[in-house]
Write a protein that binds this ligand. Sequence first.
Ligand SMILES: CCCCCCCCCCCCC[C@@H](O)CC(=O)SCCNC(=O)CCNC(=O)[C@H](O)C(C)(C)COP(=O)(O)OP(=O)(O)OC[C@H]1O[C@@H](n2cnc3c(N)ncnc32)[C@H](O)[C@@H]1OP(=O)(O)O
Length: 355
Amino acid sequence: MQILTPCVYWAQRHGEIYLRVELSDTKVKYSVFHLPTQGHGAKGDNEYKFSLEFLETIRPEIEHKSTQRQVDIKIKKQEERWWDRLTLQEKRPLFLAPDFNRWLDESDAEMELQAKEEEKINKISVESRVRKDPYLGLKKGYLFMYNLVQFLGFAWVFVNLTVRLFILGRDSFHDTFHTTADVMYFCQMMAVLEVINPLLGLVKTGFFPAMIQVAGRNVILFVIFGCLEEMQNKPVIFFVFYLWSTVEVFRYPFYMLACIGTEWKLLTWLRYSLWIPLYPLGVVAEAVAVIQSLPIFDETRLFSLPLPALLGHYLSFSYTLQLYLVLMFLGLFINFRYLYKQRRRRYRSRKRKVH
Ligand SMILES: CCCCCCCCCCCCC[C@@H](O)CC(=O)SCCNC(=O)CCNC(=O)[C@H](O)C(C)(C)COP(=O)(O)OP(=O)(O)OC[C@H]1O[C@@H](n2cnc3c(N)ncnc32)[C@H](O)[C@@H]1OP(=O)(O)O
């Protein structure tokens, strides 16, 4: 029997070397650097032998797997680092070639390593969360029901306003409050839970943005619309309720799906995009409502503070509302920035998962 040299293909990762020897029916014997084998190669049954002197030291344990067509060998590097080449000698031996099925350059291998690390960390954190929290099912159940109830409430308002707009046209604007206020009161009272949920650690929502959102809407609903009968037939209520409900009919189903670990791409996109035009429009509509209510508060003296005669008898609530107008635009800025960051975070992390 002749002694021949088989074709050897190689690739590396930071911690390992992979060799693929093109031989079938192989009996492989190892010494650290020499791999004499007997098998069936391109030139038939022969003894095959090759020897490699690696660039750096390797660990003694070598794994190998023979299939009908080849021998796969996995060798661990002593130190986890990238090698410039496989062998100590600079010139590549003729029988050695890159294994393009496994080949990665250094930066690709680093990315593969990072992805593996991230996957490991995610798995550990999901496992530990599931193991640590015995009430997870209860919490998810509560959140699912909360989101379902809110969705049904806002969907009812949205559908009601849309249908009435189609049937009655502009005339429907004046009746918005009388037809939908009860449901809106209910939903916005329930929405206080959105401030409490992050405090209890049930959701990852920022407490402050949720507080701005809920308090801001409730001032408009309960103080401006609820307390002033003169406001209740104004068309502005239609625009405010329509903008609020349009966003919520997408936001709550998005949360419902999140509770059961599901995602619909279009719904996610709508949840993280609709606010871009609707939030400023909502704030403008709310500001119009506040401005329209100022003379009514002056006239009715509702919520005005009594003052000594020297200072002019009373301080109208409209001054508080003028200050509130400034706060509204500050609130818009804070929440707009917050929602923009949430959007970026969502799409950045999804992009990373895709690659
Ligand atoms: C008397 C004092 C008054 C002080 C106030 C003064 C200023 C007032 C100014 C107010 C201006 C308000 C104007 C506003 O009313 C106008 C309008 O609303 S117009 C319509 C457009 N509006 C919107 O689009 C806003 C909609 N609202 C929101 O998006 C939220 O309320 C907000 C808090 C702003 C942001 O939401 P969130 O923090 O929840 O962001 P995410 O959706 O990314 O959620 C974060 C993670 O938590 C999970 N989560 C959150 N809630 C739930 C839930 N209910 N159930 C299940 N899971 C939930 C969510 O899935 C995210 O998890 P993950 O990161 O794993 O995806």
